[in-house]
Design a protein around this ligand. Structure first.
Ligand SMILES: [Zn+2]
Length: 211
């Protein structure tokens, strides 16, 4: 995906904007209007749940943490995002944006990390930027958001690659935090991400090694 979003031409993975149901006057997700898009999205979502190792492991680990499996549905999105997770609503996948299986695997993995964190982290508060930042760092790190190929396609690779991966994780986390209504500025998002990065970057739950 390379649609232009709020991140200076970079699309954001998810819009976790309504965690308490009161932040926006209108939902960023809408019912389907294109039957072909919807069917294709549902088919790719089913394939990811059946075949993708990371998606399967995340779903299995939710069960072992005693977390009810989240609803996973394809919808149309009004934000420039690929998907989202909201407590109570579950995982939404943007059928008008997800065009191939690899993107589906990436986005569903990302959102399921949020779903897992929402359940396993005690007193998880999405309105607390440190909590949200930690989950975004984990979701970006564990979903392949910052693979070399994705960065090349975003036009972000050039010059020194040393340290680039960690910079990418931070940059993606900041983009998602900026959508949080509790976040007042990019600087505030960056501070939250920098503060929790050392701990959350090393937390690979439920994986033993980086996928
Ligand atoms: Zn996210």
């Amino acid at each position: 995906m390379s649609s232009s979003g709020s991140g200076g031409g970079e699309s954001v993975d998810d819009g976790m904007v309504q965690q308490d149901g009161s932040s926006l006057s209108r939902s960023p997700y809408e019912p389907s209007v294109n039957a072909a898009d919807h069917a294709s999205c549902e088919q790719m979502s089913g394939a990811a749940q059946a075949l993708n190792p990371e998606v399967r492991q995340l779903l299995a680990s939710m069960q072992s943490f005693g977390c009810p499996p989240p609803a996973i549905k394809c919808v149309r999105c009004t934000l420039q995002v690929g998907g989202g997770y909201e407590r109570g609503l579950g995982v939404v996948l943007c059928e008008d944006r997800i065009r191939d299986q690899s993107s589906m695997n990436n986005i569903l993995t990302h959102e399921l990390v949020h779903a897992l964190d929402d359940c396993r982290v005690r007193n998880m508060d999405w309105g607390n930027l440190a909590h949200h930042a930690c989950s975004e760092i984990r979701a970006a790190n564990l979903s392949g958001d910052c693979s070399f190929l994705k960065e090349v396609m975003r036009g972000k690779v050039g010059g020194a690659f040393r340290g680039h991966y960690q910079m990418c994780i931070k940059r993606r986390a900041v983009l998602s935090l900026e959508i949080n209504p509790a976040c007042s500025s990019r600087l505030e998002a960056q501070k939250a991400v920098d503060t929790v990065f050392p701990i959350c970057f090393e937390d690979w739950t439920p994986f033993d090694k980086l996928p």
